[in-house]
Write a protein that binds this ligand. Structure first.
Ligand SMILES: Cc1cc2nc3c(=O)[nH]c(=O)nc-3n(C[C@H](O)[C@H](O)[C@H](O)COP(=O)(O)OP(=O)(O)OC[C@H]3O[C@@H](n4cnc5c(N)ncnc54)[C@H](O)[C@@H]3O)c2cc1C
Length: 505
């Protein structure tokens, strides 16, 4: 077993963990990053498949994502605009495709109902603190009604409900609208600035990164050099108030602080000793990842553009509920991307691969015509089958969870800090939120945060949970069953040799 001493150990080399590590190294901390996979980036992954460059996970950047935009600028990464000229296609209950530009091609009364719903959600978002939705005066009430039931309470217009529901359910949380609350929906919308931003695909799917968004973790990891250890799934986290020992199968890191930068559905894969406080254990069981399959179809040319279509399609009743032109910058062909969520994804995953492909290409053909049936390259990103992710896009609470446990989302537990887009406020579920959490975590661990992250600094006093605030409170460590072992090592035999990092890294 290789032994390493470090100020901070980061578990997970996604955008969040690497941002935290990068910031801490800049402050002069010793940092080790342990990553289970044989690559960095987690839910960001750019791959060449049969000659086509595809972004299998996150890819879009929107104007409100200022932390991500600032990092892209710092890393010198260029962006380009998504192709959006021409008309979009809407497929309603009739199954007949209809072209449109700004407003959905629906009856005037349905359009009015959509506008009224969007205005009402915007109003509720404006009175909800995105950093602490649980402090809303009616938080428990808003958290007890499902998004689906609330929409039904607002309008009898089934089509308006289906369209508005889609922007949070299928398109964001990727769960059925009956499975999460209105409060969770408000937090999702608030994290993007407003619901109006979320329903505006021009805004939310604005830009992409030349070379793919995985460039961000790849470049951060390159800067960290040997500090990043791949193929090291963390198994155990032994902790007390001011130290932590994190072990993989072949490596043991002794540190002052740990940044747990994995999605919350995977916290249960780690054995904590002592066990986490009861409220944390409950919280983690009520946060789950949604389910979405990202479908890529690459053609010799973007044939839909010839027909005056932008490649954007919405069909609340179709398996592939949304589609976009996803042609990679500078590539010769044309690429469409589409998404299948929640129960529709359940059903499709039961089919054999060939039948599923036929069904999904059939949806693209409904939107854009029969040429969509014969792509040169076809690929499905199925993140639910990925051992170190197990769903997509990110985690959200089931009914009642946000008001009950939300205040603990980002609360430190002894030396353990949680850092992932799944627990972010602004940029929740997005790369921007992963980066913000990495920066916040680094600040909390670092010199200004009183986090006691550097060896040789006194441990911080336990902080009380912030009263109803941003979830930045803390759990002190309970009595440590292995305390003797840690104390013996710290005060007794010489510490194992420290693995030194190249100074250029
Ligand atoms: C299909 C898809 C499309 C998306 N589209 C967008 C988009 O267009 N725009 C956008 O902003 N966001 C998008 N997202 C979301 C975005 O990708 C994520 O929010 C973000 O990448 C999460 O970063 P993270 O660092 O918090 O977590 P992750 O990227 O999940 O990183 C966690 C890391 O921890 C590692 N790990 C897990 N368990 C262990 C362990 N026991 N030991 C060691 N390492 C471990 C994992 O391997 C992983 O590398 C999309 C996501 C998906 C899946």
């Amino acid at each position: 077993m290789e032994e390493i001493e470090s100020d901070v150990v980061v578990i997970g080399a996604g955008a969040s963990g690497l941002t935290a590590a990068d910031a801490l190294v800049a402050e002069g901390f010793d940092v080790v990053v342990l990553e289970a996979r044989d690559r960095v980036g987690g839910r960001l992954w750019t791959r060449e498949i049969e000659g086509a460059v595809l972004e299998l996970g996150g890819q879009w950047v929107s104007p409100d994502q200022t932390a991500l935009i600032a990092l892209l600028e710092r890393l010198g990464l260029e962006t380009y605009e998504r192709y959006r000229e021409g008309q979009a296609v809407y497929v309603g209950a009739s199954g007949v495709p209809a072209r449109f530009e700004r407003d959905f091609p629906v009856a005037a009364s349905t359009q009015q109902a959509i506008e009224a719903l969007v205005a009402e959600v915007d109003r509720l978002v404006a009175e909800t603190d995105v950093r602490a939705p649980w402090t809303h005066p009616r938080a428990a009430e808003l958290d007890a009604i499902s998004w689906q039931a609330w929409l039904a309470s607002q309008t009898d217009d089934v089509e308006a409900r289906a369209i508005v529901s889609l922007f949070i359910a299928e398109a964001m949380l990727t769960k059925p609208a009956s499975a999460f609350s209105l409060l969770q929906a408000l937090q999702m919308a608030g994290s993007a600035g407003s619901f109006s931003n979320l329903v505006d695909d021009e805004f939310i799917l604005d830009k992409r990164v030349v070379g793919g968004l995985q460039q961000v973790p790849l470049q951060l990891a390159a800067g960290l050099g040997d500090r990043v250890r791949l193929g090291q799934p963390v198994r155990t986290v032994v902790w007390d108030d001011d130290s932590v020992v994190v072990s993989t199968d072949t490596l043991r890191v002794h540190a002052r602080r740990a940044v747990v930068a994995v999605p919350p559905n995977l916290y249960g894969r780690l054995t904590f000793a002592p066990a986490l406080p009861a409220a944390q254990q409950q919280l983690h069981q009520h946060l789950s990842l949604g389910l979405v399959i990202k479908v890529h179809a690459v053609y010799d040319r973007p044939f839909w553009r010839d027909a005056g279509l932008s490649g954007t399609g919405f069909g609340p009743g179709l398996a592939l509920h949304e589609a976009y032109d996803n042609t990679y910058a500078g590539s010769e062909g044309g690429t469409l991307v589409g998404f299948v969520s929640d129960t529709k994804a359940d059903a499709l995953l039961l089919l054999d691969a060939e039948t599923r492909r036929e069904r999904l290409l059939g949806c693209l053909a409904t939107y854009f015509g029969p040429e969509a049936l014969t792509p040169r390259v076809y690929y499905e990103s199925d993140w639910a089958s990925e051992e170190w992710t197990r769903g997509a896009y990110a985690a959200s609470f089931d009914l009642g969870g946000l008001s009950r446990w939300g205040s603990l989302l980002r609360a430190t537990v002894g030396p353990l800090h949680w850092s992932t887009s799944d627990v972010a406020a602004e940029g929740f579920q997005h790369v921007d939120g992963a980066i913000r959490m990495g920066q916040e975590t680094a600040a909390a661990v670092g010199p200004g945060g009183g986090g006691g992250g550097r060896r040789g600094t006194p441990p911080p006093p336990p902080r009380a949970a912030a009263p109803g605030g941003g979830g930045g409170g803390a759990h002190p460590a309970p009595p440590h069953p292995n305390r003797g072992a840690l104390n013996t090592r710290a005060g007794g035999p010489p510490a194992p040799a420290k693995v030194s990092m190249p100074s250029s890294a």
